[in-house]
Write a protein that binds this ligand. Structure first.
Ligand SMILES: [Zn+2]
Length: 222
C-alpha cells in the first residue's frame, strides 16, 4: 500500500491485530499501516452518520472495524498453491467425492453487507484427490473478498478444476444476502442458489442429478 502523501509514518500496530493464517499471506502490505488508514476513514464515517466519534463506546470502534475488514478481505492476499500446499495425493479412486454444508461467509460487493450460507463441493477424481480440509480453505480464499455469489461459485469450481484436473467438478452455494434482508426488498426468507458444473457434472445429467440429490438430503431446515 502506498502511504498517503504528506503524512508522517505511522507506528506499527501490535501483532495481535494481524490476520490469523499468516502462513497463507502473500505480498501483504504491512497490516499496521492499512489498519491505521482504514480506522481513520471509519472514524470519519462515524461522524458522517451522525455519531459522536469521541464517545466512550465508540473509542475503539474504528480500529476494531478496520481489523475486522482486514480479516474479512484477507483472501486478496492468499494464494491457492500456498493454501493447498502438499494436500494433493495420488489415488486411483474414481467415485464422486462430496463435501457438503461447508459454512461460507462473504461480503457482497454492491453493499459491503454479508451474504452467508452453505457451499457444497463435489468432484470425480482422475488419479488425484485433495485433502478434505483444503476445500473449505479454498472457499475462504474467494469468500474473503468482495463478491457476487455467482462469481464466487465459479471461482471455486475453476480452482478445483485447475489444481486437480478431475473428471468433473460441481459447486453449489445456497446463501442469504443481508442486503436483501435488511434493506432493499427486505425479504427475509429468500435464499439464492448458484451452481457451477464442470466436466462430467456438466455433460452427464446422471452425475449432476446424483450430486444434487446428495446435497438435498436432510436440508429442509436451512
Ligand atoms: Zn448486495
Amino acid at each position: 500500500m502506498k502511504s498517503a502523501k504528506g503524512k508522517k509514518p505511522k507506528k506499527p500496530v501490535a501483532r495481535e491485530y494481524l490476520i490469523p493464517d499468516l502462513d497463507d499471506m502473500l505480498l501483504s502490505p504491512p497490516d499496521g499501516e492499512i489498519v491505521e488508514a482504514l480506522a481513520e476513514h471509519y472514524a470519519d464515517i462515524l461522524s458522517l452518520i451522525g455519531e459522536d466519534r469521541g464517545r466512550e463506546g465508540l473509542k475503539r470502534t474504528p480500529r476494531r472495524v478496520a481489523e475486522s475488514l482486514r480479516f474479512l478481505t484477507a483472501g486478496y492476499f492468499q494464494d491457492v498453491d500456498q493454501v493447498v500446499g502438499d494436500g494433493i495425493f495420488e489415488d486411483p479412486c474414481d467415485e464422486m467425492v462430496l463435501v457438503r454444508d461447508i459454512e461460507m461467509y462473504s461480503l457482497c460487493e454492491h453493499h459491503l453487507l454479508p451474504f452467508y450460507g452453505r457451499c457444497h463441493v463435489a468432484y470425480i477424481p482422475n488419479g488425484r484427490i485433495i485433502g478434505l480440509s483444503k476445500l473449505p480453505r479454498i472457499i475462504d480464499i474467494y469468500a474473503r473478498r468482495l463478491q457476487v455469489q455467482e462469481r464466487l461459485t465459479n471461482q471455486i469450481a475453476d480452482t478445483i478444476e485447475s489444481i486437480l484436473k478431475p473428471k468433473g467438478v460441481g459447486v453449489v452455494i445456497e446463501a442469504y444476502h443481508l442486503c436483501m434482508m435488511m434493506r432493499g426488498v427486505q425479504k427475509q426468507n429468500s435464499k439464492t442458489v448458484t451452481s457451477a458444473m464442470r466436466g462430467g457434472f456438466k455433460r452427464f445429467s446422471k452425475t449432476r442429478m446424483e450430486f444434487l440429490s446428495l446435497i438435498s438430503l436432510g436440508t429442509e431446515n436451512f
